[in-house]
Design a protein around this ligand. Structure first.
Ligand code: G3H
Ligand code: 13P
Ligand code: ZN
Length: 344
């Protein structure tokens, strides 16, 4: 009996020790997004926020950003966190930071919750080492959005964690919530929202959308332009304030073609042209979210290898090249699209 009690106490201590040791993001070698955004605003570029779910994606993001000397936001949705395991995740991230330092790189790295939909989830992330969280209250009324976001801001700021809010609705899947229609952000609401909530950055809706099917184009039709007029009006109302673009994948035609060539079925997949993202990055847009492009890059290579080497069954032989393709894609984006390369 006594022995059992002692054993339980030891196990509890170990559990506490492991979890407590990773409790604050600074213990993981991470930073919040405040300084990142200040520098991005001054430098006319956007910090990339790449979503990940597993080790290979995390490795690719870290290596791609180290090699292009870019700051980076490691971005995890609620469902991705569940997939990777909430306890394992901060350890993986701590390892990625250590790997970057071992490579001799000083790049700033943040860990961010994407599309957090409740105070509890945001709090849990903050308590387990996230340096930044998003509270996506865009599907609620303005007042409810303010209330939810403000509660998260109060908790986060006490711990020096930064918070992203959202006004306006993007079409497509936003984690567990999805919308078939988009509503552009109303510029006349942004000052009141930022003032009442105290959020550190604001995601807006100006024509981007989530996923690989961003526009339904008729034959010969061009991708419509983002609503830069709305962005300009928001910048006028919130001078020097960091704006975030979600749904910003370009849906790289080469990867879509490769997927379709090797048995995939992605018909009429289309994304945001790189030049439009570059234009946004030069403005108050300080954070650009990219998930679908990473998924496409990995899937393309995996499909190709499965088709060309049907006898292969060592995961390293297909996940390795898929990771390599993702590294290439990330470097390319940082250098030519976001402009974040060489701003470590
Ligand atoms: O905006 C949503 C992100 O692409 C995350 O997607 O919930 O499938 O991880 P997910
Ligand atoms: P994409 O689907 O365009 O990659 O958008 C990702 C995103 O906004 C994550 O929050
Ligand atoms: Zn998003």
């Amino acid at each position: 009996m006594r022995r059992q009690r002692l054993l339980n106490a030891t196990l509890d201590f170990r559990k506490e020790h492991i979890v407590n040791n990773l409790k604050h993001y600074k213990d993981l070698g991470l930073v919040n997004t405040r300084e990142m955004f200040k520098k991005a605003m001054k430098g006319g570029y956007a910090v990339p926020a790449y979503n990940f779910n597993n080790m290979e994606q995390l490795q690719a993001i870290a290596i791609g950003c180290v090699e292009s000397k870019s700051p980076v936001i490691l971005q995890v949705s609620g469902s991705a966190r569940k997939y990777a395991d909430p306890t394992l995740l901060p350890h993986l991230v701590k390892g990625a930071v250590a790997m970057a330092r071992k490579m001799g790189s000083p790049i700033s790295i943040a860990l961010h919750l994407d599309h957090g939909d409740s105070f509890e989830l945001a709090k849990d992330c903050i308590d387990s080492g996230f340096s930044s969280v998003m509270l996506d209250g865009s599907h609620h009324s303005f007042d409810e959005n303010v209330m939810l976001t403000k509660a998260v801001v109060d908790y986060a700021h006490e711990r020096d964690v930064t918070v992203e809010g959202e006004l306006g609705v993007l079409a497509g899947v936003e984690d567990e919530v999805s919308s078939t229609v988009s509503h552009y952000t109303k510029p006349e609401e942004v000052e009141e929202f930022v003032e009442k909530t105290g959020v550190d950055s604001l995601a807006i809706s100006i024509g981007t959308s989530h996923g690989a099917y961003k526009f339904k184009l008729k034959p010969g039709e061009e991708v419509p332009s983002l609503r830069f007029d709305i962005l300009k009006e928001i910048e006028k109302r919130l001078p020097g304030y960091p704006i975030v673009l979600h749904g910003a994948s370009s849906v790289t035609p080469e990867h879509v073609a490769l997927i379709n060539r090797y048995g995939g079925k992605l018909e009429s997949a289309v994304g945001i042209p790189a030049e439009q993202l570059r234009q946004a990055a030069r403005s108050a847009v300080c954070k650009i979210n990219i998930d679908s492009d990473g998924r496409l890059a990995m899937t393309a290579l995996i499909r190709q290898i499965f088709a060309e080497k049907p006898a292969e069954f060592d995961p390293r032989k297909y996940l390795g090249p898929a990771r390599g393709e993702l590294i290439k894609m990330i470097k390319h984006k940082n250098i030519t699209v976001l402009g974040s390369a060489d701003h470590a």
